[in-house]
Every structure is written in structure tokens, then in C-alpha cells.
Design a protein around this ligand. Structure first.
Ligand SMILES: NC(=O)c1ccc[n+]([C@@H]2O[C@H](COP(=O)([O-])OP(=O)(O)OC[C@H]3O[C@@H](n4cnc5c(N)ncnc54)[C@H](O)[C@@H]3O)[C@@H](O)[C@H]2O)c1
Length: 283
């Protein structure tokens, strides 16, 4: 069994939820390339398995696990198994997430409960299970994938924005408590990243008509590739930044929001109207 200190790369062990696709997979590949053992945990069991095998075929250390982050017992069981097998957990990427909604007036309550269960309770389940283990071992870093929708108003995805604000809230508050145990907590707040979630996501709940219209990209999103996000985010995670906002245009918007909330609220209100007009969606 190995002991601390925290290893991001060589000798490290990293559990990544939502690791079968998009941002989670990009983190997995990069960490494995740098010598970390990555565990890709996802509802998409076969895809996670296939991706872990591909990482191994390229000389990396990887395994996969079926996990529904909504299941707190399964999450805890997985964490304890990993600790038992590897002797340590260096990083937990609470990254699995879904998107939901468009017009709140059309949203069923089931969709709101569902997004709360995955995006908030999923992060909560992972944190509660892994934080204890990290406190005990005296090191570890929990990286929660929030979103710019967690620090800015997001009228396009109101329920999603609510959940991501909660993830930021959990992260910054726990961060202050965790530091005296040698445990780090960060929230990652990406802007648009080119992944399946932009088209509704495998398990997302965005109406098919909206997804079809969004595919036509009514406004340029200036989306980053997930690999580019990982390259920008990893050095900041290593430096233990609390809130990581990428790319630059989103950092500027966030800065503007803190400077003048009313201006940014006015701006996103205009954007909401413009995008609906471009998509030909009547009120
Ligand atoms: N892509 C973007 O523009 C963007 C921007 C900001 C934040 N994010 C966040 O990044 C994270 C990753 O999303 P992505 O863009 O890579 O999308 P993605 O759809 O490619 O990946 C999400 C993964 O989560 C998995 N998942 C969904 N529900 C799950 C559950 N209950 N249990 C376990 N796994 C589950 C999916 O199977 C999928 O593999 C999400 O939290 C998302 O909200 C994405």
C-alpha cells in the first residue's frame, strides 16, 4: 500500500464519473498518458469499458466501472473497493452530468427532480463517500465539474443553472473546511465544450425539437474541444485553484457579472430573446 502525498499523475489513482464521454474521458486519457491509474465510471458501461481498454492498449493504466451517481450506496461501495484495491484515491472528478429544459413553463417536475438527482445529489454522493477516505489518508483532491451556468445566469437551462450553482456552493464551502485535513476541493466551470451534451446528452432531457434546432447552431458557441479544456484546466487544478473558469471569454463575462450584475442580466435577457428568434420559437 502506498501513502501520500497527492499524486496527480505517476503513481496516482483517479476516479472519474461520466468518464465514458466528453470532458470526463478527456481527463481520463490525459491523466493516464501522464502515468495515473484512471477509473472511468459511467452509466454507459460498455463505452467506459471500451475506452479503458483503448487507454490500456496505448500503455496507460485504466479500468472501468458501472456507476449511477444517483445511487449513494453504489458510489460508496465503489470508493471503498478502489481504496482497498489501490491503497489510495488521489483525485475524484465528480463530472457526470445531464442537461435539461428550455422553457420552464413546459418543464415537468420529473425533469427537475432528475437533474437535481444527477447533477447535485450525484456530486453530493461522491463527495460524502470519498471525502472521508481522503481525510483519513490525509490527502486528495475533489474536482467537481460545475459550469459557467454555476456562476452566471443561464436562461437557456434554468434547472441546470440551479444545479451547477449548488455544485459551486458545495465546492467553495467544503474547500475551506477540507484544507486543514490536506484535502483539496475545486470547482471547474467550463463554457461551451464540444461534447454530446451540447446536443442534449445521452441521458439529458431536452426536447427533440430543441435539440434539432440547436444542432444548427443559431449563435456561434465558440466551443472548445474537451482536450483543450483539459490542457487549460490541469495546471490550475495542480496549483489548487478553487474556481477554474475557461475559456477566456467566459472569464471576461464572469468578471463583468461581478462588476455589474445588472448589465450581464440585461445582456443574457437580450441573448435569450435573440436565440429564440433565430430558432423561430414563439413565446
Ligand atoms: N459540454 C459542455 O458544454 C459543458 C459545459 C459546462 C459544464 N459541463 C459539464 O461537464 C460534465 C461532463 O459533461 P460532458 O460535456 O462531457 O457531456 P457528456 O454527455 O459527453 O458526458 C456526460 C457523461 O455523464 C454520464 N452520466 C450521465 N448520467 C449519469 C449518471 N446518473 N451516473 C453516471 N454517469 C452518468 C453520461 O453517460 C456521459 O458519459 C457535466 O457535468 C456537464 O454538466 C459541460
Amino acid at each position: 500500500m502506498e501513502n501520500g502525498p497527492l499524486n496527480f499523475y505517476s503513481g496516482g489513482v483517479s476516479l472519474i464519473t461520466g468518464g465514458a464521454s466528453g470532458i470526463g474521458l478527456a481527463f481520463g486519457k490525459e491523466l493516464a498518458r501522464r502515468g495515473c491509474h484512471v477509473i472511468l465510471a459511467d452509466l454507459q458501461k460498455e463505452v467506459a469499458e471500451k475506452e479503458a481498454k483503448l487507454i490500456e492498449a496505448e500503455g496507460g493504466k485504466a479500468s472501468s466501472a458501472f456507476l449511477d451517481v444517483r445511487d449513494s450506496r453504489a458510489f460508496e461501495k465503489l470508493i471503498l473497493e478502489l481504496k482497498e484495491t489501490h491503497g489510495r484515491i488521489d483525485t475524484l472528478f465528480n463530472n457526470a452530468g445531464v442537461v435539461s429544459g428550455w422553457e420552464v413553463k413546459d418543464d415537468p417536475i420529473e425533469d427537475w427532480n432528475y437533474i437535481v438527482d444527477v447533477n447535485i445529489k450525484g456530486v453530493m454522493n461522491g463527495t460524502l463517500a470519498c471525502y472521508k477516505v481522503m481525510v483519513e489518508q490525509g490527502f486528495g483532491h475533489i474536482i467537481n465539474t460545475a459550469s459557467v451556468a454555476g456562476i452566471l445566469p443561464a436562461p437557456f437551462v434554468v434547472s441546470y443553472g440551479m444545479t451547477k450553482h449548488a455544485v459551486v456552493g458545495l465546492s467553495v464551502s467544503l474547500r475551506a473546511q477540507a484544507s486543514r485535513y490536506g484535502v483539496r476541493v475545486s470547482a471547474l466551470c467550463p463554457g461551451f465544450i464540444e461534447t454530446p451534451i451540447l446536443e442534449g446528452g445521452k441521458y439529458g432531457r431536452v426536447g427533440p425539437k430543441i435539440v434539432e434546432k440547436l444542432k444548427k447552431r443559431p449563435l456561434p458557441l465558440m466551443a472548445l474541444a474537451p482536450e483543450a479544456l483539459v490542457k487549460k484546466a490541469l495546471p490550475q487544478i495542480e496549483k489548487n485553484k478553487g474556481l477554474i473558469v475557461e475559456p477566456l471569454q467566459m472569464k471576461i463575462l464572469w468578471w463583468l457579472y461581478r462588476l455589474s450584475p445588472s448589465f450581464v442580466l440585461w445582456l443574457v435577457g437580450k441573448l435569450w430573446k435573440l436565440i429564440n428568434k433565430k430558432m423561430n420559437l414563439k413565446p
